[in-house]
Design a protein around this ligand. Structure first.
Ligand SMILES: [Zn+2]
Length: 280
């Protein structure tokens, strides 16, 4: 069989990871993709943000003095280097405006591994995917890396959503009884898969500055850890692979009385890291 043209494309979402968290972690491996940009998510929580990513719109650069339609065209054109094709533009997305079925029509096989129950396979997000899996644990990118396959006869698109950077900022080897437990924070989706992954404020106040600082430090540590898993990912993928790493939204660690993400109007819930390229 003739080897298909184009790149494998990986879209990796570090759930809730703030831009300044990622910068503070100084990830060496991740920067092999290119310069880490400060961008802004279109949404403040997981579900609409992933929908937006899957319409092909990455976090935006908040450009001034341009028409949004021109900016969208400019953004869709970036799928040419991502996919290793030519002449991909907004029209390729019509009429569904959703990347997985478009990629499948273009000959890619499409796969998702997600960690957050709000992204589970029964949601509308699972459209046009050949496989779509909610992982057993909310915080184990390494388990996803171990499941990646790149057959030489196919080009693959993978969406990977991982939650080491999500509240409670826990690494997979860390026992649950050592995770931070904050009164006032509750897993809004705890009934799904038995995982408490919400992290919203029930009411203003309850945390001390020390607790909030410790949680920010835990998110920085999570990025340092993820950088080592990303190294394993980079060792695994074939040369013709393009990788985008970003976040779906930021996180608040006490600024103006906010904690977490979701129903929050604050710059830090929209500010996210963005880096992409082929591995150098
Ligand atoms: Zn999220």
């Amino acid at each position: 069989m003739r080897k298909p043209k184009g790149n494998h494309y990986l879209l990796v979402v570090l759930d809730s990871c703030r831009y300044d968290t990622l910068v503070a972690a100084r990830p060496k491996v991740l920067r092999r993709l290119g310069r880490v940009e400060r961008r802004w998510s279109y949404a403040s929580w997981t579900s609409p943000s992933h929908f937006n990513l899957l319409t092909g719109l990455m976090p935006h650069a908040s450009p001034r003095h341009v028409l949004t339609s021109d900016y969208y065209q400019h953004e869709f054109a970036k799928f040419n280097p991502r996919l290793g094709v030519e002449n991909f533009d907004f029209r390729a997305m019509l009429p569904r405006l959703y990347l997985p079925p478009v990629l499948r029509r273009m000959g890619w096989s499409t796969h998702a591994m997600v960690s957050m129950p709000v992204l589970n396979p029964a949601t509308v997000l699972n459209s046009g995917f050949d496989t779509y899996k909610l992982m057993d644990r909310h915080n184990d990118l390494r388990a996803m890396v171990r499941r990646l396959e790149f057959p030489s006869t196919e080009r693959r698109f993978y969406l990977l959503n991982t939650g080491e950077t999500h509240y409670p900022y826990a690494l997979p080897h860390e026992p649950e009884d050592s995770w931070p437990r904050l009164s006032g924070v509750h897993g809004v989706l705890g009934h799904l898969e038995g995982q408490a992954v919400g992290g919203k404020l029930r009411r203003r106040t309850p945390f001390t500055a020390k607790q909030l600082g410790e949680m920010r430090d835990r998110q920085v540590e999570a990025v340092r850890y993820l950088d080592t898993v990303i190294e394993e990912l980079f060792d695994l993928v074939p040369n013709n692979t393009f990788v985008t790493v970003t976040s779906d939204h930021g996180e608040l660690f006490g600024e103006e009385g906010y904690f977490g993400h979701g129903p929050i109007q604050h710059d830090k819930v929209f500010e996210v890291p963005f880096v992409e390229g082929k591995i150098r």
